[in-house]
Design a protein around this ligand. Structure first.
Ligand code: MN
Length: 237
């Protein structure tokens, strides 16, 4: 019997294996297989302030969503055990190559492409977890908590360092920022993550949200856009 944690041979399973999470790639009939989803916290100063924190550039911190939390082209079902679900619009970075101790200069060579995602958050449960010093999963990593649009290859759009990041709810502007306001830029995020983890092809990074996060209700239509990358529309049901 194999000693690896992965089934590299052809052994069969005692239950049906979970499906691999995937994202579509714009203009391509092949899929992007998703490994992990890293998310950076408080990466825009104005959002840090609205959450009650210092706007200064502190060392970044990360949490994860589970790949099975992704949802593509589907409605967002209002989740259980919460009365305060917030939208967070974020640019998603998709890695084609992994590694450890990746230099800032080499970091962008590891990127496959970019997308637009929503870091949907049970804010009440996250707030309680913060207060009690507990982990954030119940607030951040629930089913369909990561709606995401198709990835666009960097070979097509380059590596966007600036561009408006906006989110409307029912055509009313809620979030507005610019990629150039990120405290930690994409190459720096990759470098720092690669010092803590061995990054893998298929890893995603949700790059943080600008100010203006707020609650959504059933029936709302959320429309997010990252100029130069793409758009996403999600209905809350
Ligand atoms: Mn977020």
């Amino acid at each position: 019997m194999s000693e690896t944690a992965y089934n590299n041979a052809t052994q069969s399973y005692v239950i049906a294996p979970p499906a691999m999470a995937v994202l579509p790639v714009e203009g391509c009939d092949r899929l992007f297989p998703v490994n992990r989803i890293f998310c950076i916290g408080r990466n825009y100063a104005a959002h840090a302030v609205e959450m009650g924190h210092d706007p200064d550039k502190e060392p970044p911190f990360f949490f994860l969503k589970h790949p099975s939390n992704l949802s593509v082209g589907e409605d967002f079902p209002y989740p259980t055990q919460t009365n305060d679900v917030h939208h967070e619009i974020e640019m998603v970075v998709a890695l084609a190559k992994g590694g450890t101790d990746i230099s800032v200069e080499d970091a962008l060579d590891h990127v496959f492409g970019y997308g637009v995602g929503l870091d949907m958050t049970r804010r009440d449960l996250q707030g309680e977890a913060k207060k009690l010093g507990r982990p954030w999963e119940v607030g951040k990593s629930f089913e369909k908590s990561a709606p995401c649009g198709p990835l666009v290859p960097a070979s097509r759009i380059g590596h966007p360092a600036g561009g408006a990041v906006t989110l409307d709810v029912n055509s009313e502007r809620r979030q507005s920022g610019d990629l150039n306001q990120m405290l930690w830029k994409v190459p720096e995020m990759i470098t720092i993550l690669s010092q803590y983890f061995e990054l893998q092809p298929g890893d995603l990074i949700m790059s943080g949200t600008p100010a203006g996060v707020g609650p959504i209700e059933r029936g709302d239509v959320i429309h997010g856009k990252v100029t130069g990358v793409g758009e996403i529309t999600v209905k809350v049901v």
